[in-house]
Design a protein around this ligand. Sequence first.
Ligand code: SF4
Ligand code: SF4
Length: 124
Amino acid sequence: MPFIITDPCIETKDSACVDVCPVDCIHPRKDEPEFAQATMLYIHPEECIDCGACVPACPVAAIYESTDATPSHQKDLIEANAVYRNGDADAMAQAEAIVKAHVAAQPALMAIPAAERQAAHASH
Ligand code: SF4
Ligand code: SF4
């Protein structure tokens, strides 16, 4: 059961999770050319070893420990994490399209500052 990155990452994207991940399964990294264009970061579902190191590292609580733990209004981003493959233009476009649709579908939640959004999701 992979860990999932959700929407508080969108304005944050600080790569703190990348720095602690022991298997380098979070992309794009800052040193990858795809970083600038990515709206958020994604966890490769088959490469993640469920170690949990990324969760406390994230300053905005964007990472959930499983698909079940992911709140209802974030569940569309499970698929974005699942399809993203760094360097694969089609896969990246597919993931980014899911993220853009996610942002467009819930303007009220996305207007909440990233650091407070996790709590707002928990109450929905
Ligand atoms: S749970 Fe561990 S392996 Fe999976 S993304 Fe987080 S730090 Fe990486
Ligand atoms: S630590 Fe959190 S906000 Fe920062 S890049 Fe990772 S998921 Fe995104």
